[in-house]
Design a protein around this ligand. Structure first.
Ligand code: 13P
Ligand code: SF4
Length: 312
């Protein structure tokens, strides 16, 4: 971008940030942003986090309005956990294709085939699916959640890659749904082998939504928060990162002296990038789009989310 255009953009963003501060005060709002959001959104967030931390923040806040900058299921989880709050999203078209890979009817069919199994559902799922679930999990607590379950069999949905990793860590019998994340599943073994050859001193850190053969190559496997903590605390100065590129914002903030190479140029979630600063301001101005979850669905889904929040 040319210098003049860059300057204009910076000036626009300054104006947007000022307007946002004013609106936040007027509406008594907080801004929650996932680590995969654009830098311009992470910059203005009250809390940045992974799905688990943001769900906790939504459940605890005493603000009247939550602006959830992430994808649709995250806003929905916030509304379920904080039913009396207004939950806004910058753009309701920001969905998660993995969450759409499982539906309540399909899950009910599988439950009927395995009547003694308990259902563990990744938070990347719709409220309707959560309502059919015994307990939810995120990538940061999936192993703990599965280990906490007293059942012979576990139905796991929707992410097959995370399911495979959890099965390996826990040794539990799991019936695994065939969903996946289009972004993380794009990272191949060949990509990682090439990156390792190019950066021989770097450690490879990866999100468990990646393919099993990719995860098997990692020095560390964990949620976005786990990856951030590992890189922050490690003595290593160089990392190959196997998760969405928005994480770079916090990685560089935490460790300005370290170098981060994203493992593939395809590690960009187009759904997360639908949101931008302008839309964050606009949603607080218009108080739209809001997230609604029918009360009967929310009541059932809340149980599965609350059970997850109680796992220590
Ligand atoms: P985290 O739970 O690590 O935030 O991941 C959410 C997600 O959508 C990963 O693709
Ligand atoms: Fe969904 Fe994957 Fe995007 Fe996460 S990165 S929101 S799982 S599509």
């Amino acid at each position: 971008m040319e210098a003049l255009a860059l300057e204009r953009r910076a000036e626009q963003n300054r104006e947007l940030r000022e307007r946002l501060l004013q609106l936040k005060k007027e509406r008594n709002a907080i801004i929650l942003a996932h680590y995969y959001q654009r830098d311009e959104i992470q910059e203005v967030a009250d809390f940045r986090g992974d799905s688990f931390l943001l769900a906790q923040k939504a459940a605890e806040t005493d603000a009247d309005v939550i602006v959830f900058c992430g994808v649709h299921f995250m806003g929905e989880s916030a509304k379920i956990l904080a039913p009396n709050k207004i939950v806004l999203v910058p753009d309701e078209r920001a969905g998660c294709p993995m969450a759409d890979m499982v539906n309540p009817a399909g899950l009910r069919e599988l439950k009927a085939k395995h009547p003694n199994a308990k259902v563990v559902t990744y938070i990347n799922s719709s409220a309707d699916v959560k309502a059919e679930t015994d307990i939810c999990c995120t990538s940061s607590n999936a192993v703990k959640v599965v280990n906490s379950i007293d059942a012979e069999e576990i139905i796991w949905c929707p992410d097959k890659n995370l399911g495979h990793w959890v099965q390996q860590q826990t040794g539990k019998k799991m019936i695994i749904w065939e969903g996946y994340c289009n972004t993380h599943d794009m990272l191949t073994l060949k990509d990682v082998v090439e990156m390792r050859a190019k950066y021989p001193n770097a450690q490879f850190v990866v999100h468990p939504e990646c393919r099993p053969e990719v995860v098997a190559m990692a020095d560390y496997v964990g949620s976005t928060t786990g990856i951030l903590k590992y890189c922050r605390e490690s003595d290593c100065k160089e990392f190959i990162v196997g998760t969405e590129d928005g994480t770079g914002y916090q990685l560089r903030l935490d460790s300005p002296d370290k170098t981060f190479h994203f493992a593939s140029k395809y590690l960009v979630c187009p759904n997360m990038k639908v949101n931008n600063l302008k839309k964050v301001v606009r949603c607080l101005e218009t108080m739209q789009p809001q997230i609604y979850v029918p009360e009967d669905v929310a009541d059932k889904a809340r149980l599965s989310l609350m059970r997850m929040l109680q796992v220590k």
